[in-house]
Design a protein. Sequence first.
Length: 117
Amino acid sequence: MKRHLFFVGGWLSLALGAVGAVLPLLPTVPFVILAAFCFARSSPRLEAWLVTHPRFGQHIVAWRENGAISRRGKVAALLAFAFSILMALLFAPWPWKLVPVAAALIGGSWIWTRPEA
């Protein structure tokens, strides 16, 4: 049963990563890393496919080995945080304007302190 849940979770994560490849504010690589984690517990064949994938494999390996994020990934995440803050400042009512600011401070500082791949 647990293996089936990881399998479904892997496919859901991969689907969200695919959507993130098209939508600018939804990240791709974190969902692909999560999919690899789930497939490692449910489908070694799919995990191997992701780890050797020419576009995403290097990110998965860097995360697994060092908890590392590429400089480009860090900059993209911080730009997405900045865009979210701008949209909230323009369109969200008070105090909801502060939610993306808090997320950016917490998430952005965590992302920036990870080692670089």
